[in-house]
Design a protein around this ligand. Structure first.
Ligand SMILES: Nc1ncnc2c1ncn2[C@@H]1O[C@H](COP(=O)(O)OP(=O)(O)OP(=O)(O)O)[C@@H](O)[C@H]1O
Ligand SMILES: [Mg+2]
Length: 413
């Protein structure tokens, strides 16, 4: 492997699954997938850390194989957060930039951003991102980049993404307990959008919908910028649970029915049956009954999604439609259901445009991890040291007694 390459790591800490992707970044900026893995998540509830040991153990276990695969130690990563605690707030700020003929500089932008953010977001929230949507100089709006322009009064419109501080802090702790320094925390659907959207889609207007196990998140893009983020606290697991309850069957069987036999094209005829072998026993289910349960839950979830699109003023105003990602998007023909429910074109999105073993992660459930690694690559990348040890991550390491050097660097997070 080229030792001059940079390496960027994305770590998706989901409610059901943890996933990681390592990208190598060549000098000319080409990205290649050099490591990836997924594992069962532990100790997460609706996108949020419910106990520290669970996710830390799950991350640690899963990363051992990634380190093996790419031959590097993973000490830091871009990490996803999720849950209905994530909010986007549209804010405005205004500052006087002083004397006539003053040219607007970086300092002015930082000052107007401060005004737009400080005091507008509740105190117990951490700002994850500030997306400048538009600037106005002396009352004239529609400016994307005001640097170098002259004026006396600078206004800014921004979309501020925030999450509850204790939740973000617990996620950081869980990662640190797995010896991974959290470089940046990104809402999982925003990271997924990075991996699956084209420039044209972002420009014209599109929504990414990440249907995970316990959450369904929405990110809306228009004019190239993120305009809105919202999270519905229900996901594909709810379908499994409903099937288990209504059919009075064990969750594993309900999951098998969902993943093998259910489609988003819900049109079963009477008398149509689903047959599953459990050992020597054949179990038979009425397809119509199964579909009634699935349909009710999908209608509920996408009804909530539609309410959020409406609240954000993008209902039936998305020329590029919606792009579905996450494990829930693996349901066959899910796009057919979503098209009907949202009255918008819908398709399943997968990460594209990467080299290396990219085909292995060209799956909707890998969109978040890939997007996180792509963001890390864009915004510097994290140089990942060559791997020295031979065993799994924790086993290979001498346990540090104090905070590591990298943790000190990132202690400001
Ligand atoms: N073929 C399939 N058809 C339908 N659902 C599927 C299929 N494969 C996986 N799923 C569902 O995808 C869900 C897991 O998705 P994912 O791994 O994206 O969740 P997560 O990121 O851990 O959760 P969250 O984002 O809500 O925190 C599970 O509910 C699983 O049953
Ligand atoms: Mg997820």
């Amino acid at each position: 492997m080229d030792e001059t390459s940079r390496y960027a790591v994305g770590l998706d800490v989901g409610t059901e699954n943890v996933r990681a992707v390592v990208l190598s970044v060549s000098k000319s900026g080409e990205l290649a997938v050099v490591g990836y893995n997924e594992g069962k998540s532990v100790g997460m509830r609706k996108g949020v850390v419910a106990n520290l040991a669970g996710p830390a153990g799950a991350i640690d276990k899963m990363l051992g194989e990634v380190e093996h695969m790419c031959g590097r130690n993973i000490d830091s990563a871009y990490i996803s957060t999720n849950g209905s605690q994530i909010l986007s707030t549209n804010t405005e700020g205004m500052i006087a930039v002083g004397v006539v003929d003053h040219e607007i500089d970086d300092e002015d932008l930082a000052r107007v951003e401060d005004v737009a953010v400080v005091g507008r977001i509740p105190a117990n929230r951490e700002v994850l991102d500030v997306v400048p949507l538009e600037y106005a100089i002396d009352g004239q709006g529609g400016i994307k980049d005001p640097i170098g322009m002259a004026g006396t009064r600078l206004e800014m419109r921004a979309c501020v993404i925030s999450a509850l501080s204790p939740n973000v802090e617990n996620l950081r702790k869980a990662a640190e307990n797995a010896d991974v320094a959290p470089e940046r925390i990104v809402p999982s659907v925003v990271a997924a959008a990075k991996a699956v959207l084209t420039e044209r889609q972002r420009e014209n207007g599109v929504a990414v919908i990440d249907m995970g196990g316990a959450t369904t998140s929405i990110a809306i893009y228009e004019e190239g910028d993120l305009q809105y983020v919202g999270v519905v606290p229900a996901g594909s697991n709810n379908i499994t649970n409903d099937l288990a309850i209504v059919l009075a069957i064990e969750p594993e069987l309900a999951e098998e029915i969902k993943t093998r036999f259910v489609t988003g094209n819900l049109k079963a005829e009477k008398g149509n049956v689903i047959r599953i072998m459990r050992g020597k026993e054949e179990r038979v289910f009425d397809r119509k009954e199964v579909e009634t349960v699935v349909k009710a839950r999908l209608e509920d979830i996408f009804g909530e999604v539609r309410k959020k699109l409406k609240a954000a003023k993008y209902d039936q105003r998305l020329p590029e439609g919606v792009v579905l990602v996450g494990g829930g998007a693996k349901m066959r023909d899910i796009d057919v259901f979503v098209k009907g429910a949202l009255e918008a074109s819908a398709k399943v999105g997968v990460p594209t445009g990467l080299g290396g073993v990219a085909s292995d992660v060209a799956k909707p459930e890998y969109a978040t991890a890939v997007g996180l690694a792509m963001m890390a690559a864009d915004e510097n990348g994290n140089f990942v040291a060559p791997k020295k040890a031979k065993a799994g991550k924790k086993a290979a390491k001498v346990k540090k007694s104090g905070p590591s050097f990298i943790k000190k660097i990132f202690s400001k997070f």
